[in-house]
Design a binder for this molecule. Structure first.
Ligand code: GCW
Length: 684
């Protein structure tokens, strides 16, 4: 097995003799009576991990028979457990929280892992194993945890033919030639990885639902049944992306009008059959009227009418209907300077606030454009108080180096989650909106577009595993810091050696800004090769129909999105933010070109002009990649497996490619403006 395969569940044997002894005294005896599949998964994980970490045989029993042990069980299942958890209100733990606690009695001492549900126990076990892997003290534990976000979902853009849209780590681990791959063990290992983070929902097919995938709700339902079986054992519900025009495409109807009674009846029948075979089915995810996907617009119905029809059908079964807000005009004329893609989601959905059913959740991309290296937060967060919302983040690195460049995205996500929308005054952060807390909504949460494939190490770039890890942990608790998450991930995936932790942490922490510095400047985005979205092409999207322009000429660059003289996008925010973005003096500099068209000679706070900033950051970015590589080289003898060489190869590629970015961008602006670099460096 490839050293990258186990990710953060390596369970590498602990070398420190003292620690080993200490851990063994607690862990060699486990009291656990697993009665359900989820509890069996928890037991297997716990026993397997202890054996591997501590090289010890584990005695499993139904009741205490030693003076030190681990006790796992549901609150209400054992008098010893109840005696210790009596004071904890069920409310505090919720339906998925847990307790991990060291209990010291005169007769015996034990570590208790308890919860009100099977899922909670599974999460508690993984939490405990994280402590062991990180070599933490376990003699005085008193941990209570409950997830902040109700829905913690991974979205797969996998197609049945085995391709993965925007996948950079090989083929789908699920499908091949329209069948399930014979890799039940791999899907199970994937489920373990996700469960260890607290993920509780998985969308198993691409939001672009093509012909074959349309049949997943009917002819191919048995595939879904099998997948649901694997994920269920790890506490996850399976969701399907559906084709809004399925009533037509599966051959029965001439219309998919959501207000047509027969169409609704048709959906009801499909849903009934799905729930007959998968009683805990999660629900549907829908990309409608977006990038040529069908939707309610065809029938002059709005998104609420489209979503509610499906929601009503799912409701009796407890299903959710997740509706994406990625709706914009993808056939824009580039000459048209009044249409603004950034405004589209808000324009389409904000007027519908209050019209959606209770089991509908709007899934909103973090920014108003599309997962660029830098964007403002979508103004829909904080703009719809009476509608369930969840945030969609892109773990797969479509626009952030495609897992060939190092780009740790957690710092970016933290900025987004901590952004204050001011919807209910100060402190109305995005994280409080998507947790459901701010507007008291129970259906809310996180979705992340998966970055894994069938590469031996799951993510292509070994260090890209940190993004999946960070996403899942933030979905559990968005208050965790980027530094804490990096450290956890490094300790578990690589080593507890401080040199390794320091070096990789510093690489991760600087990587997003490094990537930003040699790609599109000051929040303008894009400048990539069309379709693939890899590699520099400043005008790649400039004269296209996708609404993604930079409007550079010989004098200036940027989009005027102000209310006063531009597209008016800035006005979609609550007053305080709208004002901040409206003026180029108060607009955060990293977003300057997103909101303003400015002359190249405009000065930034640093004193440098915009054009000089472009040159400087691009030269500097390449230098910084060299430093990344140097940091990694220091670890040669500390990471003794194929991961070392593999990451090194990616860093070499990144370095070459960063030079390409630097030279293409700098040459473009030098030629466009004729303004030389003040430092006289080589520009082509
Ligand atoms: O970013 C764009 C991608 C498409 C994707 C789309 C979406 C799944 O380039 O590949 O389609 O967003 O999010 O729907």
């Amino acid at each position: 097995r490839d050293a990258g395969y186990r990710c953060w569940l390596r369970y590498e044997q602990i070398r420190d003799e003292k620690l080993l002894e200490e851990y063994r005294t607690w862990c060699a005896s486990v009291v656990f009576r697993p009665g359900t599949p989820v509890l069996c998964s928890a037991k297997e994980e716990l026993i397997g991990a202890i054996k591997s970490l501590l090289a010890v045989e584990v005695a499993l029993s139904a009741s205490p028979n030693r003076d030190k042990f681990i006790m796992v069980g549901k609150i209400g299942s054992h008098s010893v457990i109840d005696c210790e958890t009596g004071g904890i209100e069920a409310e505090r733990l919720g339906s998925q929280g847990f307790v991990v606690k060291t209990v010291k009695k005169p007769e015996y001492q034990f570590i208790l892992i308890a919860a009100g549900s099977d899922q909670g126990i599974l999460y508690g076990v993984f939490h405990f194993l994280r402590l062991l892997q990180m070599q933490r003290e376990i003699g005085n534990l008193n941990i209570h945890e409950a997830p902040v976000n109700p829905l913690r979902m991974i979205d797969h853009w996998d197609n049945l033919d085995g391709t993965v849209e925007r996948g950079y780590a090989g083929k789908s681990i699920f499908y091949e030639q329209n069948h399930l791959r014979d890799t039940g063990h791999r899907i199970r290992d994937y489920a373990r990885l996700l469960a260890s983070l607290g993920i509780n929902a998985v969308v198993i097919n691409n939001v672009n639902v093509h012909r074959e995938e349309t049949g997943l709700i009917r002819g191919r339902l048995s595939m879904v049944v099998k997948m649901a079986g694997i994920f269920r054992n790890y506490g996850m519900k399976v969701f399907l992306s559906i084709n809004f025009a399925a009533p037509i495409e599966l051959g029965d109807f001439a219309t998919a009008d959501p207000l047509d009674g027969e169409v609704k009846e048709w959906w009801r029948k499909q849903v009934q059959e799905i729930y007959r075979r998968i009683p805990d089915f999660g629900g549907f995810l829908v990309k409608a009227d977006s990038e040529h996907r069908p939707g309610p617009f065809t029938y002059h119905r709005n998104h609420a009418e489209g979503a509610n029809m499906l929601a009503e059908v799912l409701k009796p079964f407890g299903g959710l209907l997740i509706w994406r807000c990625f709706v914009y005009n993808c056939t824009q004329d580039w000459r048209d300077q009044t249409t603004d893609r950034a405004k589209a989601a808000y324009d389409n959905f904000q007027p519908l606030d209050d019209l959606f059913q209770e089991n509908v959740i709007l899934q909103i991309k973090n920014g108003p454009m599309d997962f660029q290296v830098r964007e403002p937060v979508s103004p829909l967060f904080g703009g719809m108080e009476r509608t369930n919302q969840m945030i969609e983040l892109q773990i797969t690195q479509e626009y952030t180096g495609q897992q060939r460049h190092l780009c740790y995205l957690v710092p970016q996500w933290k900025e987004i989650l901590d952004f204050d929308t001011y919807a209910r005054g100060e402190g109305s952060t995005v994280k409080k909106i998507v947790s459901g807390g701010l507007f008291q909504r129970k259906n809310a949460g996180f979705a992340g577009v998966a970055n894994i494939g069938d590469d031996p190490n799951w993510t292509g770039h070994d260090l890209a595993q940190a993004n999946l890890y960070g996403f899942g942990r933030l979905a559990w608790n968005p208050d965790l810091t980027a530094a804490e998450l990096a450290e956890e991930w490094i300790r578990m995936s690589f080593s507890n050696d401080q040199t390794v932790i320091d070096a990789i942490s510093s690489m991760l922490h600087t990587s997003w800004q490094i990537y930003e510095s040699y790609t599109a400047p000051l929040g303008i985005g894009w400048m990539v090769n069309p379709n693939y979205h890899y590699g520099p092409n400043v005008d790649g999207y400039e004269y296209s129909r996708w609404g993604t322009y930079h409007r550079a000429d010989s004098k200036g660059i940027g989009i005027d999105r102000t209310v006063k003289s531009g597209t008016g996008f800035a006005g979609q925010y609550q007053a305080k933010n709208a004002l901040m973005y409206e003026s180029s003096a108060s607009c955060p500099e990293e977003l300057l070109l997103f909101f303003h068209h400015v002359p190249y000679f405009q000065r930034l706070k640093s004193g440098e002009t915009v054009i000089q900033h472009i040159y400087n950051t691009h030269f500097d970015g390449v230098e910084k990649v060299t430093e990344l590589k140097e940091k990694w080289l220091q670890l040669q003898n500390l990471i003794g497996d194929e991961r070392f060489a593999r990451v090194l190869a990616r860093l070499d590629e990144q370095l070459e490619h960063a030079k390409e970015w630097r030279d293409v961008i700098n040459s473009y602006f030098y030629r466009k403006t004729g303004i030389p670099d003040e430092l006289g460096r080589k520009i082509f």
